[in-house]
Design a protein around this ligand. Structure first.
Ligand SMILES: Cc1cc2nc3c(=O)[nH]c(=O)nc-3n(C[C@H](O)[C@H](O)[C@H](O)COP(=O)(O)OP(=O)(O)OC[C@H]3O[C@@H](n4cnc5c(N)ncnc54)[C@H](O)[C@@H]3O)c2cc1C
Length: 468
């Protein structure tokens, strides 16, 4: 039974005055839907005091000021697709940004578009595409995630190897601070510190992102997609080195290990060969001459590294079919097991083969099936432990496996997160990753933005250990 705390009636009245009472949820059944995100879907639940849905920045300012007045924690929430328990919190007011969903016309001369925080990421892709432009960041969740959530987590995607992450496309931001005041920051207001850069990846701990102006780029004239299969993951990792040596920076260089390939095949999500140890999907882009040249260089490098076969898509339909295995992994996994713990660790990319071996041993040791897939070109790998959260002890075993994984990754000079963020899921580990000095500086920055500590507390920065 989930513990439901009653919200103070004055706070609820104030929130209702700000957004309209029908946009304030307080019933237990409604709150239950906001007690978890994609990470907690397989376990953790934290029931908020209330969920509020502002439609304008003015309403958002009122909501935040009201929470500040009542000294109640406030948590921004986009689509809840986050994998780090960042958009939940018991005893807090959750502010859902989904009604702030207006998207401007694309300015084709300036190559800019402005979106309110609740705009779905794929709407930005479609708008850019319709204007003959390109918005490269493409998290696997783009048909669901919000642009505000992407900025807050500095989301990456399959094409980040060449094009970078969300923050590389943020030109300006409108933010709402912990006291309810709004501020415009970014390159149009240049000359100061890069405060917009600080907000990117701040996971809702410094303020709300209410709107974002994004840079778009000219769409590449042509694209080639290749898929190669290998006997093992180390050969696939060797192919990355061979591609780099050939002087090509692919737009995407993704991979699946043998367990992920089996999941995709057994679920029928995509047509993939049997008995394969690893798979790479590579994409190159540019004008036709560059694309043809790079596709040939990548093909040779894949074969040189030991690829059994290399498929080369000649049109968008064939490309979609080659991508289906990679894009379908999450759906495939859901058909095998109803729950998972999915971690986005990074290791030096020449050590991905070693990581996969270690993940297999960790899975065996903790008795949880595992699979690995992700952004091979950046060594940013999604390690997934499969569980049935209804079975007592399974979530705990998967959490223990994740802890072993974090130990392993830190010992390999890697990183705890490539794109999903810290939230509460990795907050116990972050100090080991980035050091006590940086954490102390982050605490001081947080205090400057949020002196009362009400903005998404407990996320990203570990609580200070007080000596007695
Ligand atoms: C199937 C699947 C595939 C995924 N693939 C990728 C991937 O390829 N790359 C990747 O980077 N991530 C991926 N993710 C993780 C997730 O989609 C991203 O982190 C995404 O950016 C979260 O967006 P959201 O709108 O769902 O945010 P939420 O989950 O609602 O929130 C995430 C965090 O951002 C904060 N936040 C949300 N909106 C705002 C705002 N307006 N202002 C301030 N803070 C805010 C929240 O407080 C929370 O801390 C995937 C998730 C799933 C389920």
């Amino acid at each position: 039974m989930l513990a439901v705390q009653e919200a103070p009636s004055k706070l609820i009245r104030g929130l209702g005055n700000a957004v309209g009472p029908q946009y304030v949820y307080t019933r237990a059944a409604d709150l239950a839907s906001y007690a978890y995100d994609a990470f907690g879907a397989s376990g953790d639940r934290e029931v908020p005091l209330a969920v509020v849905f502002p439609q304008t920045t003015e309403q958002l300012c009122h909501v935040v000021a009201e929470c500040a007045h009542h000294r109640v924690p406030v948590i921004p929430r986009g689509a809840g697709t986050g994998y780090s328990s960042g958009a939940i919190g018991s005893g807090a007011v959750i502010v859902s940004m989904v009604r702030m969903n207006r998207l401007s016309e694309v300015d084709t001369r300036a190559q800019r578009v402005t979106a309110e925080a609740g705009v779905i990421t794929s709407a930005i892709h479609h708008a850019a595409d319709a204007a003959g432009l390109y918005y490269p960041p493409d998290p696997g969740s783009s048909t669901t995630s919000t642009i505000g959530g992407n900025v807050a987590c500095n989301a990456s995607g399959a094409h980040s190897l060449r094009y970078g992450s969300t923050s590389d496309y943020v030109s300006d931001l409108e933010i709402v601070l912990a006291d309810g005041k709004r501020l415009a920051i970014g390159e149009s207001y240049g000359g100061g510190y890069d405060v917009a850069g600080l907000i990117c990846g701040s996971e809702g701990t410094l303020g709300f992102i209410s709107a974002v102006t994004l840079r778009l780029i000219t769409a590449p004239a042509s694209r080639a997609t290749l898929r190669a299969v290998f006997g093992d993951m180390q050969s696939a990792a060797d192919a990355v080195a061979a591609i780099a040596k050939a002087g090509v920076v692919p737009a995407a260089l993704e991979c699946l290990d043998t367990a992920a390939i089996d999941a995709v095949r057994n679920s029928g999500v995509a047509d993939v060969p049997e008995g394969v140890g690893a798979m790479i999907i590579a994409e190159v882009e540019g004008d036709q001459r560059v694309t043809d040249r790079d596709a040939e260089l990548v093909r040779s490098a894949l074969l040189e590294a030991g690829a059994g076969e290399v498929d080369h898509a000649r049109n968008p339909a064939e490309a979609n079919s080659l991508w289906a295995a990679r894009k379908g992994v999450s759906a495939a996994v859901a058909t095998i097991m109803i729950g998972k713990v999915n971690e986005d660790v990074v290791v030096p990319r020449d050590r991905v083969g070693e990581l996969c071996e270690r993940v297999r041993s960790i899975g065996v040791e903790h008795e949880v099936p595992s699979l690995v897939f992700g952004h091979l070109g950046e060594g940013n790998m999604h390690v997934t432990f499969l569980i049935d959260p209804r079975v007592p002890g399974e979530r705990r075993r998967a959490d223990a496996a994740a802890e072993s994984l974090f130990e392993t990754v830190l010992a390999m000079d890697g990183s705890l997160t490539g794109e999903h963020g810290i939230g509460t899921a990795k907050v116990g580990w972050v100090e080991r990753q980035i050091g006590a000095g940086t954490i102390a500086l982050m605490r001081r920055i947080k205090e400057e933005f949020d002196p009362a500590g009400l903005m998404n507390p407990g996320k990203k920065i570990p609580a200070e250990r007080r000596s007695r």
